[in-house]
Design a protein around this ligand. Structure first.
Ligand SMILES: [Mg+2]
Length: 313
């Protein structure tokens, strides 16, 4: 999936595609790095565990994967990447000394997009990398239509639910906290009533943009939850850091200085922010986190809006 945190324009941004190269031999890493570094952002890993971590945190667009490595081999790395919702969409090209049809079949059956045998020909590698990246870009674009909110360009509710479930599972396995922020534009109905729906839409777009600019860690996600409600997911963020993000979002929207004369808070557009954090356990599920963030949002409105409410405040 493309990076849904950024507005839709980012889906066709001129950023170089990210390629993760996994090989235990320095010579191969250097050769492939030299071949691809000019047109791609390169990440490298020298073993299976490192590759799995880099795939989650760096969100590469393509992985070049060696098979024979000490410890976890490439087949196992591929199997785990394809099993995980967060990484299943990343195309994998095996680059390996194993030249049997049997090995190749096994690799492709595990879900690899392509299979190149060593010693490899540099222009063949470059051409096949280009092909896979083009396919990835097309599928990202299709995904972006299904998973983005048409008005704001943010992730939509469906994208949020899917990613939040995957992140919840990841935080459960890795014993990490997971935070969520619920956001509501203050007195938005009054905004629509006094400025009209076209200005209302414009207001939501500006708020969305302001939020997206401040939610930037890989893995963080800001989505339109519905109407004038937005939601932010912060994996591996404790309550204090989530509150700090919430405050920066509140401040960002207030700083837009968008006139809102009908607001009962002040004369410009503001948001209310509810923050919750859980340590995922098998029993809880995602729902309690969102319910808690929602009740914090409610508390924030009761406290006069244009503020941030969490358990520690
Ligand atoms: Mg090797």
């Amino acid at each position: 999936m493309s990076d849904l945190s950024s507005p839709v324009a980012a889906a066709v941004s001129p950023d170089k595609p990210r390629v993760l190269i996994v090989d235990d031999e320095r010579f191969n890493l250097n050769t492939l790095h030299g071949l691809l570094k000019e047109d791609h952002k390169i990440m490298v890993a020298t073993g299976g565990d490192q590759a799995l971590k880099a795939a989650v945190t760096g969100r590469p667009d393509l992985i070049l994967l060696d098979i024979n490595m000490p410890g976890m081999d490439g087949y196992e790395v591929c199997r785990r990447l394809k099993e995980d919702n967060l990484t299943t969409g990343i195309p994998i090209i095996f680059i390996t000394g194993l030249a049997d049809a049997e090995d190749e079949t096994k690799g492709l059956e595990l879900g690899a997009a392509d299979y190149i045998t060593k010693p490899f020909n540099l222009s063949v590698v470059r051409a096949r990398v280009r092909t896979q990246l083009r396919l990835k870009q097309q599928s990202d674009l299709l995904q972006s239509y299904a998973f983005r909110d048409g008005l704001t360009g943010l992730a939509n509710r469906r994208a949020f639910d899917e990613r939040a479930t995957a992140e919840w599972n990841r935080c459960l396995r890795a014993v990490l906290p997971l935070s969520a922020i619920m956001i509501d534009v203050d007195h938005f109905k009054l905004y629509n009533d006094s400025y009209g729906h076209a200005r209302g839409d414009e207001c939501l777009r500006e708020v969305a943009q302001a939020l997206a600019l401040r939610v930037q860690r890989a893995g963080d996600l800001v989505a339109r939850y519905g109407g004038e409600e937005f939601v932010v997911l912060l994996p591996d963020a404790d309550h204090a850091s989530a509150l700090a993000v919430g405050e920066s979002l509140r401040h960002a929207v207030e700083s837009l200085g968008m006139e809102h004369r009908a607001s009962k808070v002040c004369d410009h557009v503001t948001i209310s922010v509810g923050v919750a954090t859980v340590h995922p356990s098998e029993l809880g599920g995602l729902a309690p986190l969102l319910e808690r963030a929602d009740s914090m949002l409610y508390a924030c409105k009761a406290a006069g809006r244009n503020c941030v409410t969490g358990l520690d405040r």
